[in-house]
Design a protein around this ligand. Sequence first.
Ligand code: PRP
Length: 192
Amino acid sequence: METAWMDKIERVVISADEIARRVRDLGREIAADYRGGAGRDPRRRPLLVVGILKGAMPFMADLIRALDLAIEYDFMAVSSYGNGTSPGEVRILKDLDCAIGGRDVLLVEDIVDTGHTLHHLLAGLSARGPATLRVCTLLDKPHRREVEVTVDYVGFVLPENLFVVGYGLDYAEVYRNLPFVAILKPECIRDG
Ligand code: PRP
């Protein structure tokens, strides 16, 4: 592939085809879980899929189109303070537009790393009384976890401590639009 950023890429870790296949499978699995089975009241409002900006955007866009299911969607934006005194404390920059009491809610993330972001989000959203609250992430780095969080649907587990970009994941806000997940060449990553 000849594109302007290819010379910055060390290696593609997950190809666009692999992502597409996994997203299709996740879509089938999630739709089956919410499609009125398991005692779900058919009068309940549609599943609310919530993307966590900015990283989740490409994954979310593909995932919702893989759901053969009536859904609504919304976004939240959060920022992590990430300092020593309050590790991973999360500030909500954009909240949901609607109440979620009694609703089925599925959070969509691009990556779960230490777990702090998700932990804070889940605590805050649980307090609003959703009927169910689940999490789907494209990537999981379980070996990096600092707080325990339940992730219900995982696209790919990253086997090593890789710093990856693409398909929503950035380095200094760039590379989010790569159609695959990749590692940058070391000379493209500045310390600090
Ligand atoms: C990333 C990712 C998660 C969070 C995971 O967001 O989208 O929200 O980090 O990290 P954690 O498990 O260690 O808390 P980031 O803060 O990079 O923002 P972005 O999505 O806008 O890139």
